[in-house]
Structures are given as C-alpha cells and as structure tokens.
Design a protein around this ligand. Structure first.
Ligand SMILES: Nc1ncnc2c1ncn2[C@@H]1O[C@H](COP(=O)(O)OP(=O)(O)OP(=O)(O)O)[C@@H](O)[C@H]1O
Ligand SMILES: [Mg+2]
Length: 405
C-alpha cells in the first residue's frame, strides 16, 4: 500500500507553487530597471509615473512589479524619507470602473460602498486616499478585465489637477496580458496610463532553463532532476508560450510522476508524461468551459484536421459543422456566427487563425487549423456523450488513421 509523507524527490515543494515568490529575476533585468525608473520619482518626494506593463501569460509581470514595489516600500520604511502606500488589486472578476473603485474603497475603509452611484463611490475613494496621504501606488493587476470601462483610469491620474485630491500623490500601475486592451482604450486614458510602458516578451528556451535551474535547486533534493529533464521542460514551454509558469508546472508534475512511480530521479520520460498530462488537462478544462456550439465548431475543425484538410476556410468548416449538427440534432448557426465562434476558439488557443490575402477579388479572409494535439483532442471530444451516440468519435479516429497511413 502507498504511504503518505516521505519524499525522496522534493526538498521544498512550496517553491513550485504559484504563490511562491522567487528572490531574483535576472532574466528581467531590463524590465526591472524600467519599473524602477518609473517608481523612482516617488522616492524623490513627487508622484511616480503611471506605468503600463503587458506581455503574455507567465512572463513574470506580476512578480517583477511585486519585487520593485516591495523594494520601494522597504526603502521607505528604512529611511523614513517618504510616506508610501502600495495598494494591490487583482482585477480578476472585476469588470468595470465602478467595480474597481468599490473594491478599492472596501479595501481601504473596510466598508462596501455598493449601491451608491459612481461619482459618490469615486468621491469616497478620493477621501480614503487623501486620508492616507503621501505617495500612493495603485497596482491594478489583470487590468484588462475592466474592458472599456475606463472612467476610473481617466479620473484617478487627474484627481490632483481637478482638486479631488490634495494630500495624496497617486499613480497607477496597470498589468495586462491582453494585447488588444490598450488599443480599445480612449486616447486620453491611453496617454496617461501608458505614460511609461514595459513589454515582457516571451522567455526563450535558454532563459527558461536558467529559471528552472534556480527553482530546481530550491525545490528538489540535490541531483534528483537530470539536466536533460530541465532542458526538455524548458524546450516544451518555449515552443508553446514561453511561459515560466508552464515550465515550472511541467517540472512539478514530472516530479510528482517520478514520485508516484517510485523512481529516484526525474528524467525526460517523466517530463514527457507530465507534458501529456497537462496538455490533456488543458484540453479537457478548455472544452468544458466553451459553449456547446463552440464544441461542435471545434469538432468540425478537428475532423478536417484529421482528414488533412486544414488550414481551412470558414466555408469549408461550415459545411463540416452543419453535417455534424444534423447528426447530433442541433440547430445549426449561420455561417457568420460560426466564424465568430472560430475567432473565439482562436482567442482561447484551441485553433490557430491566419489571415490570407485573396488577391484581385478583394477582401482578406481567414483560414483555421487545430492548435492542440490532434489525438488528445479526438480523445477528449470522444468522451462527450452527444458525439458518442452518433459515432462521431469513430469518424474522428477513422479520419486520423487514414490520414496517418
Ligand atoms: N525570471 C523569473 N525567474 C524566476 N521565476 C519566474 C521568472 N519569471 C516568472 N517566474 C515565475 O513564473 C510564474 C509566473 O510569473 P507571473 O505570475 O509573474 O507571470 P505574469 O506575467 O504575471 O502572468 P499572467 O499574465 O498570467 O498573470 C511565477 O510562479 C513566477 O514566480
Ligand atoms: Mg500576473
């Protein structure tokens, strides 16, 4: 029987978890310097610059801002030179300026001002900020959740010049992994929020290797993880999104696999198996979270992929889709909505879309192909009872077998 406790693999497993903060980020020296320079005016007694950070998921944006704001806080406490308050708000689940201001007031006063109109809530926020006084840095992480509701982002940086604030010097740091977020903001808001901008470009395999190397030293027992395993995990993550988060997860999963299998080393084999496990989880989770129509559109693309008919135009995918709809007794959508569903699936990373030029006839068009592992997607879709009943699972696997012959 398996027993609990006793790991021959991990030394400090906490270091592999999401809430663990690394002490150094040498791969982000330049970005840290840019954040430093934006915050520096606060240490000279004036208002820090507003700052906007963007880049794909898992690139160290959150952790880099944490480092710099913490360093500034420590400096302020040690020297007593300035009064500084850093207010950190994750905008996950907050979808408007009103919601954001409400959360900030609640955080500062302990009371929820819900039910008041927007201006009243903003005024309460100004009052709270002024009662703190000094330099205040408001970090809005995952700011893209606010969408185009940008009244607060307009009002806050101007609050001193509009005399809403007298004692507080407020600046805003926005962090986003949505590249379209800023382009949809009104020009005035964009101008102030993006006073300084820092882009976090995806990590390459070499950088991910050093990140993993440092993490392995802390999290695993000495010599347990092979160099080849680290290199493979870094290569997988680099190939996909260049995400440090993904690389670390991969290694954690590989460690757990080695442990369950009773092995005393973490090798490439464990990383490979961890990669399939995580890829499968991603697909299962993703498919569960999209609408039933999205799932059928995805099944259509999968079928075409299995037949080797991708990249494919919307029209072709639509024919496949309506065929599937009639088999599973679903009312088909119009072609135009299917195109929107395809774009949604592309946003979520299930399909890849590419714009093509159609030459003289005018008007560009898009082609789509599957962006997940084919076999695994077939596997996951096949578990769906609607698809099972009408034998789409068989069609899918037959098509992919024919193709690989
Ligand atoms: N240069 C680095 N060195 C060590 N660990 C890193 C580095 N960059 C990122 N990490 C780790 O990778 C994980 C993801 O980093 P972080 O949360 O900062 O990403 P993010 O860019 O904010 O992503 P998202 O857009 O999804 O919020 C964290 O566990 C973090 O500790
Ligand atoms: Mg983040």
């Amino acid at each position: 029987m398996q027993s609990f406790g006793d790991s021959g693999i991990f030394a400090n497993e906490d270091a592999l978890r999401e809430d663990w903060t690394p002490t150094e980020l040498p791969e982000r020296d330049d970005e840290l310097e840019a954040i430093h320079n934006a915050l520096a005016p606060a240490s000279r007694g004036t208002t820090a610059h507003n700052l906007f950070l963007y880049g794909k998921t898992g690139q160290g944006k959150t952790v880099a801002v944490k480092h710099k704001t913490t360093q500034l806080e420590e400096w302020a406490t040690d020297t007593g030179e300035i009064d500084l308050e850093v207010i950190w708000l994750s905008c996950n689940n907050i979808t408007s300026s009103y919601g954001c201001a409400t959360k900030l007031v609640e955080k500062l006063s302990g009371k929820n001002p819900n039910g008041h109109d927007q201006q009243t809530v903003f005024d309460k926020l100004y009052a709270e900020l002024d009662s703190i006084g000094g330099s205040i840095i408001i970090v809005l992480d995952e700011i893209d959740n606010l969408g185009q509701s940008d009244d607060l982002l307009y009002a806050l940086p101007r609050a001193r010049s509009t005399e809403k604030l007298t004692d507080a010097r407020v600046s805003v740091i926005g962090i986003s992994n949505d590249f379209n977020y800023v382009s949809n903001l009104s020009p005035k808001v964009k101008g102030t929020l993006c006073e300084k901008e820092v882009e976090f470009t995806p990590y390459n395999a070499t950088q991910l290797r050093s990140i993993l190397g440092r993490r392995v030293e802390i999290a695993f027992q000495d010599g347990v993880v092979t160099e080849a395993a680290i290199a493979l995990a870094a290569a997988y993550a680099a190939q996909e999104k260049g995400s440090a988060r993904q690389a670390i997860r991969l290694l954690y999963e590989a460690g757990e696999t080695a442990l369950t299998e009773g092995d005393d080393e973490v090798t490439e084999t464990h990383v490979e198996s961890a990669h399939s496990t995580l890829e499968r989880e991603r697909i299962v989770e993703g498919i569960r979270n999209v609408t039933p129509q999205d799932q059928v559109v995805l099944a259509a693309v999968t079928l075409l992929e299995a037949k080797g008919e991708t990249p494919s135009r919307t029209k072709h995918i639509y024919e496949q889709y309506t065929g599937l709809c009639s088999q599973i007794d679903l009312n088909p959508l119009q072609q135009r909505s299917v195109r929107n569903h395809l774009q949604d699936l592309a946003m979520q990373g299930f399909v890849e879309s590419e714009r093509r030029q159609s030459g003289l006839q005018g008007g560009d068009y898009y082609v789509f192909r599957l962006n997940t592992t084919l076999e695994m997607t077939i596997d996951v879709l096949s578990e769906d009872s609607r698809f099972q009943e009408v034998g789409i699972a068989d069609q899918l696997s037959r098509a992919s077998k024919n193709q690989s012959r």
